[in-house]
Structure formats: structure tokens, C-alpha cells
Design a protein around this ligand. Structure first.
Ligand code: SF4
Length: 754
């Protein structure tokens, strides 16, 4: 019945909106920033960082929480596919129907093909600590979960197959025996910070950025080595542009200078390393002049940087995942670590340091991987599988499409967009079509979702009860800020309910409240106290000590040395040698590039790079959120003016980026903030709910499934060849033409700038 307002109704004063302010944890991404949240009639309206709290940070995405939570595009009800795979036709069903149906199909497939045929994939949208610790994978802290180990399947896959594990696990473990998460930069005492392979303002949370800016204010110098001048590059004392994928050659050339000129820490190299003499021999070929040809960094700059790093006391090494995506990603990262260590800039005041050993603040529910068949990828990337306790997703197509080494039949995908994240989306589409069961769990309709048999709606973390345990030593309660939208559920609850139906629900706490109680059971704070102190609790800390290898603070047996097979800092890695890799930090020229494949340069003369993070997106998320799209409404390819000019390309032009594998439309960002000869393509495009220009721009049509780092198995995302051509047929929408004529769309301004 229509509602009719009478004159009397209209005159009745409306009840004033109920405004409430609450302190709580941001629920957009898993970083857990701490906010003062404004609620109006129970709806989240805005958030502001809590001043004075270590996690009082707000990023651009968090500022748009309201738009993300209440977006019309949110999935709110469980659905079952009714049309063809990929048709996107679903009907609404109840949670019980969905979970009963999924469990029945999993049981049937496991009985017919073995439990190892059932797999799960966890993407970056699923890294909530409450989930990761209850469905814990022993060696993958907060970066993957597992739901099928108790069923008998070793096949837990995660975004670690193409992100972070090279930098965070493989390189550090094979060099000094601890993962990256056990270290932090001693910013307070740094005199020079070398940012190499990272851009802290786009981290989630941008915690290091706050520290780096404070160090800079205190007088620390900042040098950024990167193919693009990032936000960090813009505030740095020096930006050193480099050819993407060649960072290993630069590090080795700097090591060459340091050794040849006797600038290294002799005591450390003599007493605490293995492989120094072999390294001395190996780097002889990496003269600055030779490295200049490889890296495009002038020889004089290489010498000057090497001398400065060696001469400065307290060099903070600030890195992240930027060096992972070339044919020797793990070894290149190791080379940068070794450069810092042999110049006396490791676990020293102002340097990259081990955190002081401390008991865990929360308990993890680790269920060991089954001992039956090895995980997918163990035959090709054994070190990866051994050091992460997970399977390798790059090998998933081989298992699904060819049954090699055995068939995978069911895949539960949580918080991911596999057809956007991995090279060659068509290959992944074929995989999803071939599977007998695909379950997608997400907040929005991902690119994989139309191929699902069941689509399950996930909450934002604002709708969940949980907790945070921060690596710098702080635990905090996550209060539910708003009720779940529609029938969306926390992933923890979804998996607990699925586990019950598969016969092993007793292995987990039974609901979100029990999860919080359970993880605190061995801790230093009672659940009741925990819940009633929203600011959280610092965990017990020990005073910082440096040079921990001398003091027996690194090894389980408390003896001096490093927790490596040799007990030393392994310049020559025992684990790499055991798996048939070169033990030294050997540089490999990118397999597809100006030096290895000069015959391709005629057609593809530019180095293709992708993966630069944007403030307005979180991987492939948020490209449907209008407020965030205003910050950048189209996918860009960055190119240098001297590469753009001969192609007749101007700022904002629609262009095609082409490789041997595909052609993708982007919009030109002509800028001197990128090294000449390389281009940088935005990633994240391709999702069905995204703005048209982004939807058309799935960068991974350009990349190569088979071109990988042989140690990590990571795809080469940052060192391929491409060309860029103007789309002469493009007819910009009328609104854009009007703006162009008025010189108001940024083109005029940018041309002036460049
Ligand atoms: S980094 Fe994540 S948790 Fe922090 S404000 Fe941004 S979206 Fe929220």
C-alpha cells in the first residue's frame, strides 16, 4: 500500500537522529586501524583515527567505509547457480541449504577422487586474524587459512603463491633463518633509510610511513630505489630510477664496490657468515660499469650509494614485495639483505633488526597438514611448500586441467579474484569451468563469482566480533560496530558451520564470541577485561638488544649464531643448495627483456611492469565505489614523456598495451615519475561490478603463466616486454570532450607540468 503523507504528518517534527560515537577497529581491510566511529541511527557514517593510539591511522579506503559497507553492490544472501557456469544466474537460498549442499558435494567428491581433490584458496580479502588463527596454517601467520586439513586434503592455497612469501619467508629464511615478520626497522636511530621494493604510504596499514616521516623530521636521509617515483620517492632526498627486475644486479654491484674497497664489516663476515669468499669471487663480474648497462643506474651512482651505505651508521632497510616479480626474485632480495648485513647494517642501532623474543600474545589453533599425498606444487616448488605448509596455486591449472600430479575437483575461494590476480585469466576461466564444485565467498560479486555453484555473502569486519594482535606487540578487542547486512556472515562462522557438516566442527570454537575467549586462553589478559578496554593492551616487552646473534637470542638452543642449518648468516644458503638452486644470491637476467630477447624489441620495445598500489583500491576491490573512483576513475599506464612523444600519446589518451599474450586498454599517464623505457600498468581491473574502463582492463591478459621465478614459483609481473599504441578509434564520451575543450580534465595541466 502506498504511504500518503497528510499535512498534519508533514508538520509533525521528526525525531532527531540518534548520533553516537564509539571507538572501534576499522573493518574495511585486515590491518586493524583504530578509529572513532560516528553512528547515526545505528548506521556507520564516518570514522576518524583515535589520536595518540599506535594504530590511530586512517587510509583513503577506510575514509570511505560508509560507501563500501552500504554499497548497493554488496552480496547479502546465499545463492545457488541456476544458469550455465559463468552466466551469473543465481537464485537465493537459505544458509542451511547452501552449507548442506556444499558439504554433501564435498563428501561425494572426496569419496570418489580422494580428499586431496578438495581445495581452498584464500585471497587478500580474507586475511582477518580471527579467521587465520582459528583455521591456522602453521607457517603462514595471518596470510592464509585452512579448512580441509582435517578432511585429509593438504591443498590449502593462498595469495602467498604470488605475493609476499618471496620477500617475507623464502629470502629471509634461506639467509638468516627467521621470517620477515620477526623483524622491524629501528627508525628511531636511523641516519639513512633506503627504501627499496616498497612504498610505505600504500601499505595496509601505512604504519611504516608514519615512522619514516618521523625519522625524516628527525634528520634521517631517505633514498628510494624504484622504477617509479612513488609518494615516498617524492619526499626522498634522492630517487634512483632503475630498470624493473634488475635490482639483484644493482645490489651485487654495490657489494662489489664494498668488497673491492674494503668497506665491509670484516668481523661479521669472517665470524658469522658462510659463503663470503664465494660471494667475493661471484661479484667480481658485477662491476658498476657492467651493472649500469643492466640496471640503467649510472656507474658513479652505484659507487656513491655503496660507499654511503657502508659509511653510514644506522641504515634502515625498508623493503616490501616490489622485488619479488622477476626471474631471480628470491635471490635479488637475498642480495639486498646481504648488502645490508655485510656493511654492518643488520640488527644494529638504526638498522633492520630482529624483534626481541616474546611469548605469543594469542593462541593459534594449528591443525597439522595431513601426511598423505603431497600438496599440489610440492614437485615443482618444494621449498615454497615446505616453508609455508601450503600448496602452490600456480600449479593448480595443471592439476585441474590435466590431473597432474592428481586431480583437484572442488575449490572454495574466499576473499579473492583469481582471474584478476593470476596471469592469463582465460586459463583460470577454463579451470573454474572444469571444476565440479566452485564456492565463492565474498562481500561483492568478484570476477570468479559468476562461475560459482554457490555464492556466500561475507561481512565487512565492522559487522564481526573478533580481535587484533599487532606485530609491534599490542592486542585489542574488535567490537561489532554494526549488525551484518542482510544475511552476510563472518567467514569464521561460515567455516565453523561448514566444518560441523563435514564432521569436524568440534575442532574449532563454535561462534565469534568463543573465538575471542579461545585465543586468550593462554594469554596475559582475561576475556572480560579484554572486552571492556577498547584501547587494547600492550604485550609484555623486553628491552631492545642489538647483535642478537652474539648473545644467543636467535636460536632455539640459545647458542650464539643464527637459526640456519649452518648456524651462520648464510650468504651461501644450505636450503637453496639442498633443493638444487644456486646457494649464492645469483642474478638472472629477466627471461623476456631487452638483453635476453633483443629479437622482440622491434615489436615490444618497452619493459612492462605492473602492481603499483593505489590508495583508492585494495587489490581488485573498491573499483565500484564512486567516492574512491573520483580519486582515479580510469586504469592508467604510466609512461615517460620521451616514450610517449614518438607514439603521439598525450596525457589521458586511451591507449592499448600489447604483449605477446594480449592487448589491454589503459589511459596514458605521461609522467617523468617513471624511468624512461619502462611502463607501469595499474592492476585490479576486470571485475564485473567495476566501472567500465576498469572492467575492460585486466592487466593479467598481458602476463605469462609460465614465466616464473624457479625458487618461489612467483609469476614475473615486473620484467616483461610490451608496446603502447594510441587508440586512434577512441571517441571520448561527450562529457569528457567538453571538459577537454575547457582544459579542465587535467590534460592541460599535466602537459604543462611535463
Ligand atoms: S589500512 Fe585498512 S584498517 Fe586501516 S584505515 Fe585503511 S582500510 Fe581501514
Amino acid at each position: 500500500m502506498d504511504t500518503v503523507l497528510t499535512a498534519k504528518d508533514a508538520a509533525t517534527p521528526q525525531a532527531a537522529p540518534r548520533v553516537e560515537y564509539k571507538k572501534g577497529i576499522c573493518g574495511i581491510c585486515p590491518a586493524g586501524c583504530y578509529e572513532t566511529i560516528k553512528l547515526v541511527d545505528g548506521k556507520l557514517e564516518s570514522i576518524k583515527p583515535v589520536k595518540g593510539h599506535p594504530m590511530g591511522i586512517l587510509c583513503t579506503r577506510g575514509a570511505y567505509s560508509n560507501e563500501i559497507i552500504y554499497s548497493e553492490d554488496r552480496l547479502k544472501y546465499p545463492m545457488k547457480r541456476v544458469g550455465e557456469r559463468g552466466s551469473g544466474k543465481f537464485e537465493r537460498i537459505s544458509w542451511d541449504e547452501a552449507l548442506d549442499g556444499i558439504a554433501a558435494k564435498i563428501k561425494a567428491l572426496a569419496a570418489e577422487h580422494g580428499p586431496e581433490s578438495i581445495a581452498n584458496y584464500f585471497g587478500r580479502g580474507s586475511f582477518d586474524i580471527s579467521l587465520n588463527n582459528i583455521f591456522a596454517v602453521r607457517r603462514m601467520h595471518n596470510a592464509c587459512s585452512n579448512i580441509f586439513f582435517p578432511l585429509g586434503s593438504p591443498n590449502t592455497f593462498g595469495a602467498g603463491s604470488l605475493c609476499y612469501v618471496s620477500y617475507g619467508i623464502l629470502a629471509p629464511m634461506t639467509t638468516f633463518g627467521k621470517p620477515e615478520k620477526m623483524l622491524s626497522i629501528d627508525y628511531e636511530h636511523s641516519n639513512l633509510i633506503v627504501v627499496w621494493g616498497g612504498n610505505p604510504p600504500t601499505d595496509s596499514p601505512p604504519f611504516k610511513w608514519k615512522q619514516l616521516l618521523a625519522a625524516r623530521r628527525r634528520g634521517s636521509k631517505v633514498i628510494v630505489i624504484d622504477h617509479v617515483r612513488t609518494e615516498t620517492g617524492k619526499i626522498a632526498d634522492e630517487w634512483v630510477p632503475i630498470r624493473p627486475g634488475t635490482d639483484g644486479a644493482l645490489a651485487l654491484a654495490m657489494i662489489n664496490v664494498v668488497i673491492e674497497e674494503g668497506l665491509y664489516d670484516k668481523e661479521f663476515c669472517d665470524n658469522w657468515t658462510v659463503g663470503f669468499d664465494e660471494l667475493r669471487q661471484y661479484v667480481k663480474e658485477f662491476t658498476p660499469e657492467k651493472a649500469a648497462q643492466i640496471t640503467w643506474v649510472p656507474a658513479e651512482t652505484i659507487r656513491r650509494l655503496a660507499r654511503e651505505i657502508a659509511a653510514t651508521q644506522g641504515v634502515g632497510f625498508c623493503s616490501y614485495t616490489g622485488l619479488e616479480y622477476t626471474n631471480s626474485g628470491v635471490q635479488n632480495i637475498r642480495a639486498t639483505f646481504i648488502l645490508m648485513a655485510i656493511t654492518g647494517n643488520f640488527d644494529q642501532p638504526g638498522a633492520w633488526c630482529f624483534r626481541m623474543p616474546a611469548p605469543p600474545s594469542v593462541t593459534r589453533n594449528v591443525i597439522e597438514a595431513p601426511k598423505g599425498k603431497p600438496p599440489i606444487g610440492a614437485d615443482t616448488y618444494p621449498l615454497f611448500c615446505e616453508m609455508t605448509d601450503t600448496a602452490h596455486a600456480l600449479e593448480l591449472p595443471r592439476a585441474i586441467l590435466e590431473g597432474d600430479p592428481y586431480a583437484v575437483k572442488a575449490l572454495v575461494i574466499c576473499g579473492a579474484a583469481m582471474m584478476i590476480s593470476f596471469p592469463q585469466p582465460e586459463l583460470w576461466r577454463r579451470c573454474l569451468e572444469k571444476l565440479d564444485l566452485v564456492v565463492v565467498i565474498d562481500r561483492f560479486l568478484s570476477i570468479d563469482a559468476p562461475h560459482a555453484d554457490y555464492l556466500l555473502p561475507a561481512t565487512t569486519l565492522y559487522e564481526n566480533e573478533g580481535y587484533m594482535a599487532y606485530p609491534f606487540g599490542h592486542v585489542q578487542y574488535r567490537e561489532r560496530i554494526i549488525e551484518p547486512l542482510g544475511e552476510a556472515r563472518s567467514d569464521v562462522v561460515t567455516f565453523i558451520e561448514l566444518a560441523k557438516r563435514l564432521g569436524y566442527g568440534h575442532l574449532y570454537p563454535q561462534n565469534e564470541r568463543e573465538v575471542v575467549d579461545w585465543v586468550l586462553k593462554d594469554g596475559f589478559v582475561e576475556p572480560r577485561e579484554f572486552r571492556s578496554n577498547p584501547d587494547g593492551f600492550p604485550t609484555p616487552k623486553k628491552e631492545m638488544q642489538y647483535r642478537k646473534w652474539e648473545k644467543g637470542l636467535l636460536r632455539g638452543d640459545k647458542k650464539p649464531g643464527f637459526p640456519t642449518p649452518s648456524g651462520k648468516y648464510e650468504i651461501a644458503s644450505t636450503s637453496l643448495a639442498r633443493h638444487g638452486h644456486d646457494p649464492l644470491p645469483k642474478y638472472t637476467e629477466p627471461k623476456e627483456g631487452p638483453i635476453s630477447t633483443p629479437e622482440l624489441l622491434g615489436e615490444f620495445p618497452l619493459v612492462l611492469n605492473s602492481g603499483l598500489r593505489l590508495q583508492s583500491t585494495y587489490r581488485s576491490q573498491h573499483l565500484n565505489i564512486l567516492g574512491l573512483l573520483k580519486l582515479q576513475d580510469k586504469p592508467q599506464v604510466w609512461m615517460h614523456p620521451r616514450d610517449a612523444a614518438p607514439r603521439g600519446i598525450n596525457q589521458g589518451d586511451r591507449v592499448y598495451v600489447t604483449t605477446r599474450r594480449g592487448r589491454v586498454p589503459f589511459y596514458a599517464n605521461v609522467t617523468e615519475d617513471i624511468v624512461r623505457g619502462a611502463v607501469e600498468c595499474n592492476v585490479g581491473g576486470g571485475g564485473p561490478q567495476q566501472k567500465k574502463e576498469w572492467r575492460e582492463a585486466n592487466t593479467n591478459h598481458l602476463t605469462d603463466h609460465d614465466n616464473r621465478d624457479p625458487i618461489s614459483g612467483f609469476p614475473v609481473f615486473k620484467a616483461l616486454l610490451c608496446n603502447v599504441e594510441k587508440d586512434h578509434a577512441y571517441d571520448p564520451p561527450a562529457v569528457e570532450r567538453k571538459a577537454e575543450n575547457a582544459g579542465a580534465n587535467g590534460r592541460t595541466q599535466s602537459n604543462g607540468k611535463h
